[in-house]
Design a protein around this ligand. Structure first.
Ligand code: NAD
Ligand code: TDX
Length: 335
């Protein structure tokens, strides 16, 4: 199988490429990635000789058309992915997430290529802390941020291209990922790398917001299950029953560093901050037999802390600029 992976130099895409090379030596991988601030060829170290790497933009219709013509399937990870950045400057989110998806859909339509679309649970908006319901494939879309609204828009384009043009597409909406190669702007790597530097973790607001954590390898195994065995035109939610408050996550990270569990700062909250995400992944489990392999968040977190400690050379070049961006956006320690 010839597989085109967009965004393969980013966090989830790079993990997907490594896992694919490890577990499926018959797959020929081409990565298309624009190497934005979030992409790094170093994330593909060790894979470089076994893949084709193309630096380019998913919204470049000519380039995308040529690459798709030579592929049997596309897995589309490339996106602007960070909510805080989408609040400071939404423009790149509209271009990459909407126009990039449009360019890919037109190419897979023209060449009749199988397409899998990577998306997020954030398209469903948020839940109250005590709501017994979780998101399912039937939950109405209700995105809150520029990021999640462009992801929602891209999902709807996929549904329309599947129905109107018969594009052979599937969609997966996953909860919050953690693991190796995640950019230091994101919650967990930011706190781990702060602690390596002796800086206190930064919790938005009171830290009551809940995220449903999944290890990136469990996410990517589910992506393969949907790509190979998912029903065309269908959406699958991916989640590992990993709901935790942000405060609890910070406490666990502090514990991993042997620091007191209240040794963190509260900082300015994110405007429009979604309260809680929670995924019911019964459809994926019942239809495709998927199960997460990381049994507990604590185990996955310990492995992730070890990875960041051992790979300072990978994250260090981005740390100061990331913290400068947060400061420029007005993020301050609260009294
Ligand atoms: P990331 O920001 O780490 O990586 C994004 C990658 O896309 C980078 O390598 C970047 O260079 C590339 N890219 C950006 N714009 C591009 C463009 N115009 N053309 C080509 N390449 C471009 O993101 P991530 O966290 O790995 O997320 C990957 C996908 O998974 C996204 O679609 C995101 O919405 C989705 N997702 C992420 C999470 C999560 O917790 N991180 C959860 C659910 C879904
Ligand atoms: O320093 C921080 N302190 C903090 O309390 C940061 C960076 C974040 N937070 C909070 C905000 C969120 O409630 O932690 C939670 C997680 O934040 P992010 O890592 O920014 O993730 P989130 O906004 O939940 O979105 C992520 O999961 C869904 C990914 O970035 C998205 O791409 C994905 O779609």
């Amino acid at each position: 199988m010839r597989l085109l992976v967009t965004g393969g130099a980013g966090f989830i895409g790079a993990n997907f490429v490594h896992q694919t090379l490890r577990e499926r030596p018959d797959v020929e991988v081409t990565v298309l990635d624009a190497l934005t601030y979030a992409g790094d060829r170093a994330s593909l170290a060790g894979a470089a000789e076994r893949i084709s790497f193309v630096e380019g933009d998913v919204a470049d219709a000519d380039l995308v058309g040529r690459l798709v013509a030579g592929a049997d399937a596309v897995v589309h990870f490339a996106a602007e992915s960070h909510n805080d950045n989408s609040l400071s400057d939404p423009g790149p989110f509209l271009r990459t997430n909407l126009l990039g998806t449009y360019a890919l859909l037109e190419a897979v339509r023209a060449h009749d290529v199988r397409y899998h679309h990577i998306s997020t649970d954030e398209v469903y908006g948020d839940l109250e802390l005590d709501d017994p319901q979780r998101f399912t494939e039937a939950t109405p879309y209700n995105p809150s941020s520029p990021y999640s609204s462009t992801k929602a828009g891209s999902d709807l384009l996929v549904r329309a291209w599947a129905r109107s043009f018969g594009v052979r597409a599937t969609i997966s909406n996953c909860s919050n990922n953690y693991g190796p190669y995640q950019h230091v702007e994101k919650f967990i790597p930011r706190q781990i790398t702060n602690l390596v530097d002796g800086v206190r973790p930064k919790l938005y607001g009171a830290g009551e917001n809940v995220r449903d954590w999944i290890h990136v390898e469990d996410h990517n195994r589910a992506v393969w299950a949907v790509l190979e065995r998912g029903r065309l035109g269908e959406t699958y939610l991916i989640g590992a029953d990993g709901e935790l408050s942000n405060k609890r996550v910070v406490e666990l990270v502090l514990q991993a560093f042997g620091r007191p569990s209240d040794d963190y700062d509260h900082v300015t909250d994110r405007p429009g901050h979604d309260l809680r995400y929670a995924i019911d992944s019964s459809k994926l489990r019942d239809e495709l037999g998927w199960r997460p392999r990381y049994p507990t968040f604590e185990e996955g977190l310990a492995a992730t802390v070890d990875w960041y400690r051992a790979h300072e050379g990978w994250w260090r070049p981005r740390k100061a600029a990331t913290e400068a961006r947060y400061a420029a956006a007005g993020q301050q320690v609260l009294p």
